[in-house]
Design a protein around this ligand. Structure first.
Ligand code: TMP
Ligand code: ASP
Length: 237
C-alpha cells in the first residue's frame, strides 16, 4: 500500500499511500538521536516499541475524546495516519522541571510547577529548534491567535488525560512534546508520535528515568526500558 517516500526524519519515515490521498504511513526507525542529531545510535527493536506505544497512547486519547491523526497499526514498525501538514511548532508541556528548562532557567531538576507550563519551540533543525513565544509563532507559522489558544488548551487536555494513564502503570509524566498538523479541511489535528522518545517518564517507585534520557544521559539499555513500558501498558489493557 505504501507509495513514494514523502519525508525522512531522524526517527521516522513518512510515505504516501496508493489511492488514498488522505492517509500516510508512518514508519518508525530504530535510530535514536539527541542534542539536535549530535549524538546518534541504532537500537534494534526501538521502532517497534515506539510504534506500538504511540498507537496505545493515541487509542486511549481517542477513547477519552481527544482526536488525533492515528488510524491503526499496520505492522510492527508502521502505522496508518490521517494525512496532515505539520505546523512547525514543537509544543512542550512540563509538570516537573527536567531537561532544557533546568539549564535555561537554572531551575533544579524535580521541581514541581504549580501548574503545567506550555512552551513553543520553532521546529527548525538548522536553528536548533529555538524556544519562541506566541508572537514569534504568529510570525513564523500560519497559525492564528485563536489557533494558538486552541493548541495550548488541547495540549493541557492531553496532559490531563495522560497523567492518570501513565500513573496507572507506575510512571510519572514529567514532560512531553506534541506536534499538530492541518488536515484536508484545514482543521488542526494532534499528529506525529507520543512515545518515550517524546515524553519524560519516571518510575513512581524508584524514580528511575524510563525514556530517551536513558540514551541522552547514557544511563542504561534503551530498548529494555522501552520494552518495559510497552509491557506495562499491555498488562493493563
Ligand atoms: P527538553 O527538556 O529537552 O526541552 O524536552 C522537553 C520534552 O520534549 C521532553 O519530554 C523531550 C521532548 N523533546 C522531543 O520530543 N523532541 C525534541 O527534539 C526535544 C528537544 C525534546
Ligand atoms: N530529537 C532531538 C534530536 O534528535 C533532540 C532530543 O530529543 O533530545 O537531536
Amino acid at each position: 500500500m505504501k507509495a513514494e517516500l514523502l519525508y525522512e526524519g531522524k526517527a521516522k519515515k513518512v510515505y504516501c499511500v496508493h489511492e488514498d490521498v488522505n492517509s500516510l504511513v508512518l514508519s518508525y526507525k530504530h535510530d535514536a538521536t539527541a542534542f539536535n542529531g549530535e549524538k546518534r545510535d541504532v537500537f534494534e527493536g526501538k521502532g517497534r516499541y515506539n510504534n506500538l506505544i504511540s498507537a496505545a497512547i493515541f487509542t486511549y486519547l481517542s477513547e477519552q475524546g481527544v482526536a488525533s491523526h492515528f488510524k491503526h497499526v499496520l505492522n510492527d514498525t508502521e502505522q496508518l495516519v490521517e494525512r496532515t501538514t505539520i505546523i512547525p511548532l514543537e509544543v512542550v508541556v512540563r509538570n516537573i522541571a527536567a531537561g532544557s528548562i533546568t539549564r535555561r532557567l537554572g531551575i533544579e531538576e524535580k521541581t514541581a510547577f504549580p501548574s503545567p507550563l506550555v512552551e513553543f519551540y520553532y521546529k527548525d533543525d538548522q536553528l536548533g529548534d529555538p524556544l519562541i513565544n506566541d508572537a514569534h509563532a504568529l510570525l513564523l507559522t500560519d497559525v492564528t491567535s485563536e489557533e494558538i489558544e486552541q493548541i495550548k488548551q488541547l495540549s493541557l487536555l492531553v496532559n490531563q488525560k495522560l497523567q492518570p494513564f501513565f500513573a496507572e502503570v507506575g510512571l510519572q509524566l514529567i514532560d512531553f512534546k506534541l506536534e499538530f498538523g492541518r488536515n484536508y479541511s484545514n482543521a488542526i489535528v494532534l499528529s506525529d508520535e507520543i512515545s518515550p522518545d517524546t515524553c519524560r517518564l519516571w518510575d513512581i517507585k524508584t524514580g528511575a528515568k524510563m525514556d530517551k534520557d536513558v540514551f541522552r544521559e547514557g544511563l542504561g539499555d534503551l530498548v529494555e526500558v522501552y520494552e518495559a513500558i510497552l509491557n506495562r501498558l499491555e498488562a493493563v489493557k
